[in-house]
Structure formats: C-alpha cells, structure tokens
Ligand binder design. Sequence first.
Ligand code: AMP
Ligand code: MG
Length: 407
Amino acid sequence: MSNPQNSEPKKTALVAVELALSQILADVRPIEETEVLVLNDALGRILAADFLAPLDVPPADNSAMDGYCYCREDVPDEGARLPISQRIPAGKAPQALKRGTAARIFTGAEMPAGADVVVMQEVCTLHGDSVEVPARAVGNDIRRRGQDVQAGQVVIAKGARLAAQHIGLLASMGVARVAVLRRLKVAVLSTGDELVEPGQPLHAGQIYNANRYTLSALLQQLNVDVIDLGIVPDRLDATEIALREAAEKADCILSSGGVSVGEEDHVKTAIERLGDLTLWKLAIKPGKPFAYGHVLNTPFLALPGNPAAAFVTFLILCRPWLQKAQGGLDHAPIEVRLAADFSHEKAAPRQEYLRARAELRDGQWWAVPFHNQSSGILFSACWGNGLAVVPLNETIAHGQLVRFISY
Ligand code: AMP
Ligand code: MG
C-alpha cells in the first residue's frame, strides 16, 4: 500500500547492486582498536598487523623417514656397510656424526651434524650393529630447516581472518598470543507488530520472528559482537527510540522489515529524522527495499522484512560491508560458474539472486533453482546451497554458465 504522506517520487530509479555495494563499502571505517588474545580465543578474529615469523619452521634439518643417516662421501657408489654409532629418536638432541658411521634415525628427529643423507629403512639391511646402505642413495628424505616458514617472512597478512590453519601455524612458530582487531559491535532490530518470539504461543494475525535468528546466526558466523535489541513495534516513536539506543551501543545497526513504503513502515522516516539516508531501493530481487544510511553517525543497514530477502541482502550487501568494517581483507564472496538448469527469457530490471542448489549430473555441475523464488520463502534457502545470479537486464539460456555464490 502506498503512503499518501510519502513525498518520495512515485518511481525512484533503482540502484544497481554493484554500484550500491561500492557506495556502501566506500563508507566503511574499519575497526582499528586491537586486543591481544591467547591462541585458543583467536579463531575467526581478524589479525591486527602483518605477522612475521619469529623463527624458522622446522627449526633444524630433520628426517622425513624412519631409516639411517650418514655422510654421502663415506659411501662409495656401490653402497657400503657402516657401523651404527648412535640412535636418534624424535625429541632427542643428536651428537655430531662420527665419520664413517651411520646413525639410526626416526621421522621428525633432528639430523646430526656431519650427516647429509637419510635413506629409509626399507632399502637398508641390518647386520647386528652395522647397516648395509644402498648404492647411490638419493637422500631426499631430509626436511630442511625453514622449509615451511623462514624467520622474518610475512606468514599471515594484516586483515586475515584467523582460521584453524592460521592458529596452527602460529603455534608451530611458538606463538602463544596474537594481536587481533577488537570485535565489531552490531545492533540487530526486528521490526513488526506481527512478530512473536519462538517458544511463545501464536495468536491470530501473528507470525514467528525468523529474521532475528537468521541475522544473529549469520552475524555469529562473522564473529561479531551481536547486540540484540529484540522486536520494535511499528510506530515511528518506538522506531526512533530503538534506533537511538542502537546507535549509542553499536558500531553499526542492522534491522529487518519496515523499510518499504507502507503506512506501517517507519524505518526510512526514522533514518531521515535521526541522520541521513544515502541509499534506498536497489535493483535486486529479492530485497528491493534495502536501505543504507546513518543514525546519529552510526552506519545503518536496513534489510527487508521478507525472510528470504533479508537472507539474500545480508549475503550480498551486509556481509562484505561487515567484513570490511571488521578490518578484514576479503570482502567478495568466492563464486564459481555453473550451468543454468533454468532459462530466463525476459530481461528484468532487477538483478535476481535465485536460491539454488549446486548439483552434479553426468560430470557437469548445474545450478538448480528452487521452484518458488518468492521473497517470503525461507525454505528455498535451506533447500539450496547458493545463489545463482541472473544479471540485470540479461536473459539466460538453459545450460548457459551463470555466477553461483555458494553459501
Ligand atoms: P515489511 O518489510 O515489514 O513490510 O515485511 C515484509 C514481510 O516480511 C511481511 O510479510 C512481514 O510479516 C515479514 N516479516 C517481517 N519481519 C519478519 C521477521 N522478523 N520474521 C519473519 N517475517 C518477517
Ligand atoms: Mg513490517
């Protein structure tokens, strides 16, 4: 229903998704405050500065095999029998190798000074306290000092999100604490008089609040500090109060619903009264009513109320914005090209993000869209595992390669 008081011209030009994204990303002021965490608390956090390796990994040459090591010069081309002068298991400091002898050595054990060949035990023959080593052993079974990481090398770049492998690499360099950027605080509001929290009885006219939980979960995946401000009634005064509180408490605000042009939609008016609206109405389907602005200088991303639209606009617009705000390096989601298991004959004035499933059939990966793409159908996002993109003003023929953004 259109609002008679709304002074917006009837047809606002829709902003293309790529333009909207570049505009909102340009507005991000990334977090700069840092904190130091023990490794076990650092998963998913953003590294505050380039990390230089404090030492070589491995710290010394070591054996890649269970076998024998010796000095290549001590063994003629046809092989030799060498007395075994020491036994070096992993964890033991070796002694310098006595010339003309071999040392028994195990995987991960440090090479003794004077040895430059390791041969695996399978190609050697043991004779009491001596070992027969083969002719022309290749001796590639040494892991060289620094072959993983060299002291001074930048091993993890500033802005990287620490994943399990980064945490492990830091541990391998003996690092116990790491400086990360502080968590981004994100306030979440769900607008709508019809909303009821899960666990409560549902009365006529009501629906359960899905977006609050979808958005909180998506935010948790980004490791932000979620400030959940609950449900906001469909009244301008209540919306303004909630937005003021959100602006004071958080680095940015995310809301769902109330951003269309109906008489019960107050978010847009509230932003205009408390700050500025820099972007409204995108050429995106689902998610056209998306808005961006500031409330008392706090950035505000207003998502549509329809659950699938809230989900899609979060992934396409909010997630890159939040990642940049967190101080993260990578904002663009990884996408692949899949064959369209659909056709789109009429070019449309909105870029469409179809909830779709990547399916392997006869050696070919297909993007199969859910049969109902209505913006209210959240099940489509559960059935699917990604978004297939139908670009603005383009047609798609069956089998044509399309962008697929896996979520
Ligand atoms: P709105 O943008 O407020 O007009 O909402 C659009 C549609 O999404 C309406 O059908 C709402 O009932 C529905 N909706 C809004 N917020 C939520 C929510 N938090 N959870 C589930 N559905 C919602
Ligand atoms: Mg509403």
